[in-house]
Design a protein around this ligand. Structure first.
Ligand code: HSE
Length: 436
């Protein structure tokens, strides 16, 4: 049988990886897919560079629409990124009856509802394993492997750049700005690292996982997003003394009131496997009611790890494209007419525990007033640490770990603590997740 024909839109790092892995492992992949898979057409603005990657046998054009218009192309891979032209091209490819594979988390987290609806109507597949945690097959695991379960929560390190930065800050005791420059020099962080360091990239991925885990629409606009730019080396040190590490987590959780969907730095007990995921690696913990806790670990970015996920999607589509559309795995795991309207909770309704660092005057009664305000708000203290004031110093750091409390209650208590004349600087608040 003739190989299934694939058109590639954008042949940068990931696209080159797809081309090379498909070529290198073609026999193995064909034995699995039951049919060859061939990239026969590539669109890229830099046609000379693209031609150099794919060789003279593959047609290279500078117009992505020429790929979509080609009746021989069965699957279009979108690797352009962003929500601009990529969105238009994905919609046009669907409209032209092409199956689509994309690694574009931003596009799906923001416009997924529209894209999946169009694909469903047209009877084509939109596959996106590479959009979350690169080479880790987390979409497949959530959507198929864990299909028996009522998923309770997911917590993941789903941005390699920030995990690299946090690992370096902890290892070397350096501040954020210094490590960011080093990460950029080493090529881990983009020249404009905003999406990574502000938590936006992780929130895109958490949004997609949330939809698949709970059968809710993708709702990036409801996600709470906080990055790592304000983290200080001293908080990493204090956390360590209390038995915790600080990680940027993407969290989504089912609660009786609604769904939590949030990205922020979190203290994680040092003994948890997730706390020991270092450097640019990714890991996702999923709690299901039947299976218990599961953990998925691997490379969340890079040419061939991401290509591994893209090609898995190509194989799925190759196996399924002749099947009745109703027999395919639904895009968001749940049948489109079975989606839940459970609300995504505002951050003020989220219940979690906290690390607080207060810069206070080192004098009698300060601790009592702070803990008094916490007690008045019904917030229970779990542990405390007071840095010994240096010789002649009149200030000190007070570190408090709390038990679970509603964020809105904590906000109100923090405002009162901040107003105390003996609290001398803005209070640092970092959420804490036991992941038990
Ligand atoms: N920039 C991402 C990361 C990889 O650092 O993990 C692509 O999502």
């Amino acid at each position: 049988m003739k190989p299934i024909q694939v058109g590639l839109l954008g042949i940068g790092t990931v696209g080159s990886g797809v081309f090379h892995v498909l070529s290198r492992n073609q026999n193995e992949i064909q034995r699995r897919a039951g049919r060859g898979i061939a990239v026969t057409m590539v669109a890229d603005l830099d046609t000379a560079r693209a031609q150099a990657v794919v060789g003279s046998q593959v047609q290279v054009v500078n117009d992505a629409r020429a790929v979509i218009a080609n009746p021989d192309i069965d699957i279009v891979i979108e690797l352009i990124g962003g929500y601009g032209i990529a969105r238009q091209l994905v919609m046009e490819a669907i409209d032209a009856g092409k199956h689509v594979v994309t690694a574009n988390k931003a596009l799906l987290a923001v416009h997924g509802t529209e894209i999946f609806a169009a694909a469903h109507k047209k009877g084509v597949m939109v596959a996106f394993e590479a959009a979350v945690a690169g080479g880790i097959p987390i979409i497949k695991s959530l959507r198929e492997g864990l299909t028996a379960n009522r998923i309770e929560w997911i917590a993941g390190i789903i941005n390699g750049t920030t995990n690299f930065i946090l690992s370096e800050m902890r290892d070397k005791g350096l501040d954020f700005d210094v490590v960011l420059k080093e990460a950029q020099r080493l090529g881990y962080a983009e020249a404009d690292p905003t999406f990574d360091i502000e938590g936006v990239d992780a929130a895109h991925k958490a949004t997609i996982m949330s939809a698949i885990a709970f059968g809710i629409p993708v709702q990036f606009d409801k996600a709470y997003v906080e990055g790592i730019t304000k983290l200080g080396a001293q908080d990493i040190r204090y956390a360590e003394q209390l038995g915790y590490r600080i990680k940027l987590l993407g969290i989504t959780k089912r609660t009786p009131q609604g769904i939590e969907l949030r990205v922020h730095p979190s203290l994680v007990p040092a003994k948890r496997l997730l706390a020991n995921v270092e450097g640019a690696m990714n890991a996702v913990m999923v709690q299901g009611d039947a299976v218990g806790t599961t953990l998925y670990y691997g490379k969340g970015a890079g040419s061939e790890p991401t290509a591994s996920a893209v090609i898995a999607d190509l194989v799925d589509i190759t196996r399924l494209h002749t099947a009745d559309a109703a027999q395919r795995v639904p895009h968001l795991a749940f049948q489109p007419d079975q989606m839940s309207d459970q609300p995504v909770l505002p951050m003020s309704e989220v219940v979690t525990s906290y690390y607080l660092r207060l810069r206070v005057a080192d004098q009698a009664g300060v601790l009592a007033r702070v803990t008094g305000l916490l007690a008045d708000a019904g917030i229970s203290v779990d542990a405390m640490l007071q840095r010994e004031a240096g010789e002649g110093e009149k200030q000190t750091d007070l570190i408090i770990l709390t038990h679970d409390v509603r964020e809105g209650t904590m906000d109100a208590a923090l405002a009162q603590m901040q107003a105390l004349p003996t609290v001398l600087a803005p209070i640092t608040r970092i959420r804490k997740e036991e992941l038990a």
